[in-house]
Design a protein around this ligand. Sequence first.
Ligand SMILES: NC(=O)c1ccc[n+]([C@@H]2O[C@H](COP(=O)([O-])OP(=O)(O)OC[C@H]3O[C@@H](n4cnc5c(N)ncnc54)[C@H](OP(=O)(O)O)[C@@H]3O)[C@@H](O)[C@H]2O)c1
Length: 349
Amino acid sequence: MFHVILSKRVNTRLFKSITFMDIIVGGATGLVGQEILEVLEEMSPQVTHVIPAASERSVGKHITFRGQSVPVVSFARAADSGAQVAIFSAGSDVSRKWAKEFSKKGITVIDNSSAWRMDPEVPLVVPEVNAHHIQKEHKIIANPNCSTIQMVVALAPLHKDLGIKRVVVSTYQSVSGSGLAGIDQLEAERNGKAVQAPAYPHPIDKNALPHGGNFTDNNYTSEEIKLIDETRKILDEPQMAITSTVVRIPVTGGHSESVNIEFEKPFSQENIKKILSSATNIKIEDDPKNNFYPMPVHIRKSNFTHVGRIRRDFSVDNGINLWIVADNLRKGAATNAVQILNYILDKQA
Ligand SMILES: NC(=O)c1ccc[n+]([C@@H]2O[C@H](COP(=O)([O-])OP(=O)(O)OC[C@H]3O[C@@H](n4cnc5c(N)ncnc54)[C@H](OP(=O)(O)O)[C@@H]3O)[C@@H](O)[C@H]2O)c1
């Protein structure tokens, strides 16, 4: 099967004249990897074949892509496949080990891990906001953290028109943000089973953990620092005032965020709605009288960023509160990565 795929491979630069190509999906057996396969089927008709890569544990297993059963290979084998683009979602250690190796072989890597995000040589991209950061010479392109992506999709158009002075964000993140391990822990606890390899230091069911990633020296968690640093990098605002609290809750999919923003300029509430509703890939869901606002249960498989509970913060001059919800496996990971892929394929064509 692998040979069949290779024999059909085409140079992506010829993509305009030849209508099929293959893409390496590193981490294809994981939560994000599975979602990437699905989003490629939906959003990248030109990608007709994939080379799925994962750990040695999965080599020889099969994934399904466009109705075909495809064998999983090692990263080493995928690196020599001759494909020209890879999307990685196999964690930071794997990305640190393999991204440069792949790029030396001429493969452009779109990386979902945090390994390269803050590298000044690597663009950190949310296509609706800063696709222009991608230049021809970039062989590694970083996908931001899931919570960062959904927040900057809403912040960017508001910043452009009103100038952001300060952001205070608190997240309510689902367990799927911690990969299969997070889902396994929640399901084991709900079913009264022993948790084999816990994703969290405490029970997650019926709980709220103010703890995402590892604690740093300043008592923030690594996930909180990512939200701050990545937002500044994407918006080209290295000094932007932002503070964050990351909380994990017993929801299987979909991250929610309470975001308080202070602007330089005055605004009307209608103005905020107008800016957000004309921005790309944002859905306004804001009809509180009819109990209508975004919720994780409603946005699974959505590629949009959903915004509601839009209301003035009366404690400051130019403040607003937003409730922002997105599917962390879609816009927070797979959809954003595939949008980057489509952008670079369009540029190459
Ligand atoms: N979950 C989210 O919402 C989200 C959002 C944005 C970004 N991300 C990032 O995406 C990455 C994957 O997350 P996930 O949630 O999909 O995790 P996951 O469900 O645990 O999947 C991990 C994937 O990585 C592979 N892998 C693990 N160790 C490996 C190794 N040593 N060599 C090769 N492959 C290896 C696994 O293969 P096996 O099946 O063979 O073990 C699996 O395919 C992480 O960097 C994460 O930070 C996740």
